[in-house]
Ligand binder design. Sequence first.
Ligand code: SF4
Ligand code: SF4
Length: 431
Amino acid sequence: MKELFTMLTDPRFHLLYGVTQRFSMGPEPRQVRLNREFMTLSEGIKKKTRVYPFMKLGTHPSPLKGDLYSPMFGVVSEINERSLFLEAVEPDEELRALADAVHKVDVMELARDCGAGADGRKRLAQLLKELGLNTKSLGQECETLIINGLNPDPGITWAEPMLMTHRATLSAGLALLRQLTPARKIVLAVPKEMRLQFHDLEVASVPSQYPASVNELVVKAVTGKERPEGVGIVGLHNLWSLGRVVETGLPLVETVLTVGSLRHSGNYIVKDGCMVGELLNFAGIELREGDALVRGGPLRGESLDKLSRSVTRGAMGVFVVEAGTVPPMQGHAPCINCGACVLICPAHLSPNLLSRYAEFALHERARKEHVQSCLECGLCGYVCIARRPVLQYIRLAKHKLAEADQQKLTPLEPVGVTPGNEPASKEDSHA
Ligand code: SF4
Ligand code: SF4
């Protein structure tokens, strides 16, 4: 109980407004682990290949997914199906010359050359993919595009300082976004406490208390409608990424994230693939026996099993949750039917039922209870006094249903089982 109280007063679990922490540059990594899943490696990339900053390492087959570039001088130390590891090296003259020869491009000029209309946008998306950017959400078909300017999760604090102090980068990103999106109207959603003008954009003030920052709820706050037609949404970090590419004229090899513990929190611009252990060390945060390591926000991020995991593009935070500050989830703890999760769910679902259906592989029943409408805000698990991993179960059900849909198969369900008298689960709880 004491731990639950600690959690409720822990600032990492509140959506703070008014955080003015600035950004620092992250570490110069000694090693990076880059995600190369599905990529075709560039010619000559193999173990022991020497690389330099912005050297192309791989091409993604999707026209909407960014290609892979080296963030540093290094040597390829390992390659497997999912990852490419680089060890930093001190560059010699030859490597420096190769880095100096990397050609900077005038992204806005190239964007204008792509032309207007759907074909022009397609050409521009291809150009940005070749500069390492994912353009799926940025180029989505819509008439109104909302930029979500709120911190995505409790504990993550980079949105407000980015809006205040990275305006040149965001402005550059906005100019490029206007070329890329078919939307006729772009709206910037900001916390209602913030007074902000941003070029000629319409600025919408929305509630700032979590889960108000979840995309679906931002859309509803801006338009007054649930899932309206013709409305798309992108995150502020997407705009920032576009702006970085315009400013530098180089491929994107970095991301922004908050690194935090109970005592320390800071926002950093970090090189792609930076190891979590190096990042914590740089931020002066120690991981002790029993502490949990989380990638994403502390409320709904994923637990990491080791410090050698890396910062992936779009991971918005890395946190250490100290032992004793937050009661751990109990994979198979029974639901006590207190109803707290039902009361708090912003999607008006029954997370208690959904989690039990998922726990016992009754995924089609979860579908009938509208599991796909779950916003994945994580509040159900946050309030669960039994410490059930409610969100993780719900994600599992969604994943299984997506798999089944893809295979055009109907998953088999055990017969004669009702929630409450289920047999022991065979599923991994993902706790
Ligand atoms: S994560 Fe839980 S509380 Fe949030 S929308 Fe989904 S079921 Fe509801
Ligand atoms: S909050 Fe937890 S214990 Fe209470 S009804 Fe929901 S899942 Fe069950």
